[in-house]
Design a protein around this ligand. Structure first.
Ligand SMILES: NC(=O)c1ccc[n+]([C@@H]2O[C@H](COP(=O)([O-])OP(=O)(O)OC[C@H]3O[C@@H](n4cnc5c(N)ncnc54)[C@H](OP(=O)(O)O)[C@@H]3O)[C@@H](O)[C@H]2O)c1
Length: 382
């Protein structure tokens, strides 16, 4: 049962016009009647999902994953200035889904936002007012301090009062908070950035265990799809192919996200590598004096005892190929006890565990579905 609310145009930035929005009831009982987020313990058979920004790379991955989710009906793909445009017109590989893109966000139980920074913050309040659960894949609900937005992203957050209630959507480390959104009047998830996903899964359990001391250095490589679908001089094939380039020194926008979670200074240098997808983060850290290799291993093993999508590889260092097209994060490490130094290597697929897959994992936890529903594919090798 999918109805569309009256819509209103919303301006996101002076030069850009955003998608149209629904206006609907904030009443939780109406949401539940429509089959929305259930009380804990009573997952619905099926929910209605909409994908805003479906014409982008992350949006395409969301479509690919959600079309094979047994508990999800996709009730709308949303893109700027589109009127019933076949999705195959933008993403030919999704043609057989038969889905269309429109400029209106339909009434839905879950709304995924795959938009550039600043665009989601403008429209989330109105979507939240309909009672829909929101999973934002951009940065607008990741940072706790409103003052970080003008500093790192160049915009004043329009609804800073929503930041406190938003849950940071790293499922393995915030599973309870995500499940808690089932009963919340407003449910907003700020899904982590791709680099922070690889980094925090590797380091946060060690920080929580009190094993890290001093600065952390994150040296990460990313495939070009991390920059989205619009080509630029940097991502142009003839510039990128056969080369590796560092960028964003001391200024990359994922830095505050990592520091917020770890409570430690992070020196982060990302690199663009000539791959279509994948992230490999090589992380250098100092251990608290006297920390043993066994303590590091125990902290990671304990943190991920029930985490299907985190695979600890220990001494065998992981590679991007091992996780390509999957929701896995593989983590390997070495400890030099004599000097108290730790090196961790963490790999993900930026578009799956770093974006769409993780967002679906968040949705599964919010609605009480099996955490890995629709996410169980193995890597594509070679
Ligand atoms: N790529 C990754 O690996 C990755 C990983 C994690 C998180 N993310 C985050 O996910 C979000 C989407 O990334 P992406 O890689 O999918 O980018 P993308 O390929 O550039 O797609 C962006 C989408 O947003 C739409 N859009 C652009 N400006 C808009 C505006 N002002 N109002 C409404 N819609 C607008 C685009 O529509 P049009 O077709 O009309 O241009 C397109 O559908 C970003 O916040 C990004 O940081 C990306």
């Amino acid at each position: 049962m999918s109805t569309q609310h009256e819509v209103a145009a919303v301006r996101v930035a002076p030069e850009r016009r955003a998608v149209m929005l629904p206006r609907g009831p904030a009443d939780a009982s109406m949401r539940a009647a429509a089959g929305g987020r259930p009380a804990a313990g009573t997952p619905p058979a099926r929910i209605r999902a909409a994908i805003v920004g479906a014409t982008g790379y992350v949006g395409a991955e969301l479509v690919r994953l959600l079309t094979r989710h047994p508990n999800v009906e996709i009730v709308g793909l949303v893109g700027r200035g589109r009127t019933h445009e076949p999705i195959g017109g933008t993403h030919i590989h999704l043609d057989r889904t038969g889905l269309h893109v429109d400029a209106v966000v339909p009434d839905a139980d879950a709304v995924f936002l795959a938009l550039p920074h600043g665009a989601a913050a403008e429209i989330v309040p109105d979507i939240a007012a309909t009672g829909a659960a929101i999973i934002d894949l951009g940065p607008d609900f990741r940072l706790r301090a409103a003052a970080d937005y003008p500093r790192w992203y160049g915009f004043e957050h329009p609804r800073p009062e929503l930041l406190d209630g938003a849950v940071y959507g790293l499922p393995e480390l915030h599973r309870d908070a995500l499940g808690g959104l089932r009963d919340a009047a407003i449910a907003i998830v700020g899904a982590p950035g791709c680099y922070p996903t690889a980094t925090l899964l590797a380091l946060e359990p060690l920080a929580v265990a009190g094993l890290l001391s001093g600065d952390v250095i994150v040296d990460a490589k990313s495939g070009v799809s991390g920059a989205g679908k619009s080509p630029s001089e940097r991502t142009h094939f003839s510039e990128n192919h056969g080369s590796v380039a560092a960028y964003g020194l001391f200024g990359h926008r994922h830095t505050p996200e990592m520091e917020q979670a770890l409570g430690l200074p992070v020196t982060f240098t990302p690199h663009l590598v000539p791959l279509d997808r994948g992230i490999l983060a090589t992380i250098y850290a100092r251990l608290v004096p006297g920390t043993t290799a066994a303590q590091v291993s125990d902290a990671l093993t304990a943190a991920y005892a029930d985490a299907f999508f985190v695979r600890l590889t220990g001494d065998r260092l992981p590679e991007i190929k091992h996780v390509a097209h999957t929701n896995f994060c593989d983590i390997g490490w070495r400890v030099d006890e004599a000097t108290g130094r730790l090196i961790v290597v963490s790999v993900i697929d930026n578009l799956v565990k770093g974006a769409a897959g993780q967002a679906v994992q968040n949705m599964n936890l919010m609605f009480g579905f099996p955490e890995g529903q629709a996410l169980d594919q193995l890597a594509v090798v070679p």
